[in-house]
Write a protein of this length. Structure first.
Length: 199
């Protein structure tokens, strides 16, 4: 076999090996993209179900808004509606921004930068939501009392002494647990993104 033939075979094998390497890299990146998306799908499911629930309650309040016959009940109703409509929309948008990151096509630096920005926005909205949820609890109780039972809870002070502390405890525990879970999921997604630095 001549040297030229050997060089030709060697070049072909090198080209094939390079193609194989690129294909393997692409497959690894696609699998990483799938793992990353699956992590964020968990959050999207929880928040999607929550958003549907919030929108359904908001529609119910809107339909029955005229039953809120005092200025303070209407004020509570407006705050409750604003929270139930705006917060889920903002949170879903921030999740979409995290899920939109394309690991296969984007550079590592751009992906990490975009993810960090989207994750920080998502976690910030979660903290804002937790803070406003304590206010929501105070505004929702009178709205629910009026729409469901026809009672003005501002006139029945003894109910506040039972429901408010109970709801504060529940909300505090649930908020802390939920925020911790979301933080853990977003950290797992970030670790998956960081794996792409090696590839």
């Amino acid at each position: 076999m001549k040297v030229e033939e050997l060089q030709s075979i060697w070049t072909e094998m090198s080209d094939e090996l390079e193609k194989q390497k690129k294909l393997t890299h692409k497959i690894i990146m696609q699998m990483t993209q799938q793992r990353y998306t699956n992590q964020l799908t968990k959050i999207a499911k929880y928040e999607g179900i929550g958003a549907i629930f919030c929108f359904a309650i908001a529609i119910y309040i809107l339909i029955n808004f005229l039953k809120l016959d005092t200025w303070y009940l209407q004020l509570c109703g407006v705050f409750t509606l604003a929270f139930l409509l705006v917060m889920p929309a903002l949170v879903l948008r921030s999740i979409r921004n995290m899920r939109r990151i394309n690991i296969v096509e984007g550079s590592y630096t751009d992906n990490i930068s975009a993810y960090t920005k989207a994750r920080n926005q998502f976690l910030f909205l979660q903290r804002i939501g937790i803070g406003l949820a304590f206010v929501l609890m105070i505004t929702t109780l009178p709205v629910a009392g009026k729409l469901l039972k026809g009672k003005d809870l501002f006139e029945n002070n003894h109910l506040w002494y039972f429901y408010l502390p109970l709801m504060l405890i529940f909300l505090g525990i649930f908020s802390r647990w939920g925020y911790g879970k979301y933080k853990s999921i977003t950290q797992s997604a970030e670790k998956i993104l960081m794996e792409t630095r090696e590839n």
